[in-house]
Ligand binder design. Structure first.
Ligand SMILES: Cc1ncc(COP(=O)(O)O)c(C=O)c1O
Length: 359
């Protein structure tokens, strides 16, 4: 029971998985609900990628969002741009109702709406590029406006789709940049994780405490797998970037397509963009027929991984919103999301062409 072959003298080529819930009295890790060497290593890699002072890794993207809301107190005003992942929107609604936050929907990707963010706002929450439609929210302008009125306000950006390779919200005035690392960081549809990044020590401390008391630390295996996947983040995203741009042009030429949505890469806020786009079919009821004809695109829940995937926001990413809420933000049943993986783009085009033929 007491035989040990510790790795102190083993010098492994990569950090092994520290499958240990407890650490001895002289260890800085204490207990695997507080910290673990695999999580600490992953956090160092992520904070370097995003040029952040602190990274706090948790079980998934939703726990990162949940933790960001822990900052708020009853009576606080929370302003959300509703063009975000449907579950994030539902979580904001649900917690606001239960804890007595004043939740305001405002599309501040429209620059003229930034001035309408109320002066007493405690938190703004948004994705940029937006989900869906990939519109830009100006992080610098939103942050400047909110903080001019209330220097204590917290600007939270879900940076999942842009990734640290192409966008650094903290450098533009945001307080928190969070990610569902289940997407590009993992990249292989096989591991969930989330991370909150900040330059503010008070917020990092708050997140670490919430993670400890709430039991949301990432598991050592998931931290290890994510760290391994990050070795290929750059190469995967660059491939996806070139395929996605090619597919945007290809889709724009298809007579069955009403409109293609792709973000504006301004080189200042967004320096590039990887592999997810949206398009609308002209046929309002064509989605299922079209999807069922595809051979290469995977229909599973997820995206931003090595395999190409197709999804319908109406019944997938935004299913937890009511039909009225979806219609209010122009999500129709003909809206399609494609996420491009590492397949040959010619194979993807041929697959799409054969499915377009049946519409
Ligand atoms: C932009 C964005 N944020 C957060 C989440 C939630 O992340 P997770 O599924 O890792 O909890 C998702 C999931 O699709 C997402 O797309």
């Amino acid at each position: 029971m007491h035989i040990r072959e510790d790795d102190a003298g083993a010098h492994p080529a990569v950090t092994p998985v520290y499958q240990s819930s407890a650490f001895e009295a002289d260890s800085p890790y204490f207990y695997s609900r507080k910290n673990n060497p695999n999580v600490a290593e992953l956090e160092k890699v992520l904070q370097t990628l995003e040029n952040a002072e602190y990274a706090v890794a948790v079980t998934c993207g939703m726990s990162a969002i949940f933790m960001s809301l822990e900052i708020l107190r009853s009576g606080d005003t929370l302003v959300v741009n509703p063009f975000i992942y449907g579950c994030s929107y539902k979580l904001l609604q649900r917690i606001s109702e239960r804890r007595g936050f004043k939740l305001i929907d405002l599309d501040f990707s429209e620059e003229s709406n930034i001035d309408k963010i109320p002066a007493d706002t405690k938190m703004v929450f948004f994705e940029t590029p937006t989900n869906p439609f990939l519109k830009t929210v100006d992080v610098e302008k939103v942050s400047a406006h909110v903080k001019r009125n209330n220097p204590d306000a917290v600007v939270v950006v879900d940076n999942t789709w842009a990734t640290p390779l192409f966008q650094h919200p903290l450098e533009l005035g945001a307080d928190v940049s969070l990610h569902s690392g289940t997407k590009y960081f993992s990249g292989h549809s096989d591991v969930m994780n989330g991370v909150l990044m900040t330059n503010r020590e008070d917020l990092a401390e708050e997140f670490r405490e919430t993670r400890f008391y709430g039991g949301m630390l990432l598991s050592p295996e998931n931290a290890w797998l994510t760290r391994r996947s990050l070795q290929t983040l750059d190469i995967r995203l660059k491939h996806q970037q070139s395929v996605c741009a090619e597919m945007r042009d290809f889709l724009n030429q298809q007579p069955q397509v009403e409109k293609v949505y792709y973000p504006e890469i301004d080189g200042k806020q967004l320096k590039g963009y990887a592999g997810i786009l949206f398009f609308e079919l002209k046929d309002p009821d064509g989605y299922i027929k079209f999807r069922d004809e595809l051979k290469i695109f995977n229909t599973g829940t997820g995206m931003a991984c090595v395999t190409s995937m197709i999804a319908q926001p109406w019944s997938g990413s935004h299913a937890s919103m009511t039909d009225d809420e979806k219609r209010q933000i122009n999500i129709g049943e003909n809206l399609v999301r494609l996420s491009f993986g590492l397949e040959n783009p010619e194979d993807l085009k041929n697959d799409l062409l054969s499915a377009f033929k049946i519409l």
